[in-house]
Design a protein around this ligand. Structure first.
Ligand code: TYM
Length: 334
């Protein structure tokens, strides 16, 4: 079977970008024949940004409930929390020792942090943890621990998957063919969902629309999306509009074509936003009901996660780690 794996960092409330870029395509893929799916809550990654235990726990619960509400079937896929599979951390070290520092210097997230320090006239590495620097290695461990073939992600994550290939290749070269080289899968139609201000929707930019915001709040947020000041009746450029991009991510091809025409015909921003709100709410409302029911039963979610990790360690993580430990010259602990 083709192994498909993806994760979401538990550092906040899931937003429309996570849904369109990761959750929706992943749940669809998990229903295909001949696919073994791995979906996890990246709580090791979360500590890079969030050092508030209550918030990490809350986010873990929210993201788990989101996956389940969106139709993930935990008895048909591997569904787990990263820190419940500590083999990840051990593999991370083995990969650290084949990861080129020069390659990590070029990681976007690290470079962005350095650029920000420079703009603020601070030392390049001021307040940057080794955790942020090593982020791509940790992500490689997630992927390589299960020898995933395909990793569906947003465009922002592609570089990390290329790095995972690089580390896997070096490890294979040194120690024998242990790792499959993973491939990023990007849904071209929705590569990067914009946020309220038009930049990529991201927790870091504080421009997100929560996937399960209550209906009225969803409407308010959508009406707060930045637009130009063209009046109703003036033709608008669909391709330059974030409202249109968001609409496209939730609409059929026919609806999208009709909206493109409406933009050319000068639809007013208020009407365009109303249409966007209705389109998103139509898709999200039934999921929101399930989400709220799940959030009321945290113990059930917890049991699902534990069970998933337990079975996964036995079936996949422990055997691979045993093999890797032997490959690098360690003794068998079992
Ligand atoms: P994270 O938590 O930032 O985002 C989770 C997923 O959502 C996608 N995404 C978006 N897609 C489209 N438009 C957006 N505006 C948008 N914002 C987020 C991301 O591309 C991602 O697919 N490092 C990862 C988590 C991770 C992971 C992994 C993923 C850890 N280990 C191994 C895949 C494989 C991250 O921080 O994603």
């Amino acid at each position: 079977a083709t192994r498909v794996l993806t994760g979401i960092t538990t550092s906040g409330t899931p937003h429309l970008g996570n849904y369109v870029g990761a959750i929706r395509p992943a749940v669809a893929a998990s229903r295909m024949q001949g696919v073994e799916s791995f979906y996890f809550l990246a709580d090791y990654h979360a500590l890079i940004k969030v050092q508030d235990p209550a918030r990490v726990q809350r986010s873990t619960l929210e993201i788990a409930a989101t996956w389940l509400a969106c139709g993930l079937e935990p008895d048909k896929v591997w569904f787990y929390r990263q820190s419940d599979v500590p083999e990840t951390a051990e593999l991370y070290w083995l990969l650290t020792c084949v990861a080129g520092k020069g390659l990590l210097n070029r990681a976007h997230a690290y470079k962005a942090a350095v650029d920000k320090n420079r703009a603020d006239q601070l030392d390049d590495d001021a307040a940057i943890t080794a955790g942020l620097f090593m982020y791509p290695v940790l992500m490689s461990a997630d992927i390589l621990l299960f020898n995933a073939h395909k990793v569906p992600v947003g465009r922002d994550q592609v570089q990390h998957i290329e790095m995972a290939r690089d580390f896997a290749q070096r490890f294979n070269h040194l120690y024998g063919e242990h790792f499959t080289l993973p491939e990023a899968i990007i849904d071209e139609s929705v590569a990067t969902l914009p946020g309220l201000d038009g930049r990529k929707m991201s927790k870091s930019y504080d421009n997100t629309i929560a996937l399960f915001a209550p209906r009225e709040q969803l409407r308010k947020l959508i009406f707060s999306i930045l637009t130009d000041s063209k009046a109703p009746g003036e033709a608008k450029d669909a391709d330059a509009s974030h409202v249109f991009q968001l609409y496209q991510a939730f609409a059929s091809d026919a609806e999208t074509a009709a909206m493109r025409q409406a933009f050319a015909d000068g639809i007013g921003w208020g009407d365009a936003k109303q249409a966007l709100f209705e389109r998103i709410d139509a898709e999200v409302a039934p999921l929101r009901v399930k989400y709220e029911a799940l959030m009321a039963r945290p113990a059930e979610i917890e049991a699902i996660l534990r069970d998933g990790a337990h079975r996964l360690r036995e079936r996949h993580a422990a055997p691979l780690m045993r093999q890797l430990r032997e490959a690098v010259g360690y003794r068998d602990l079992s």
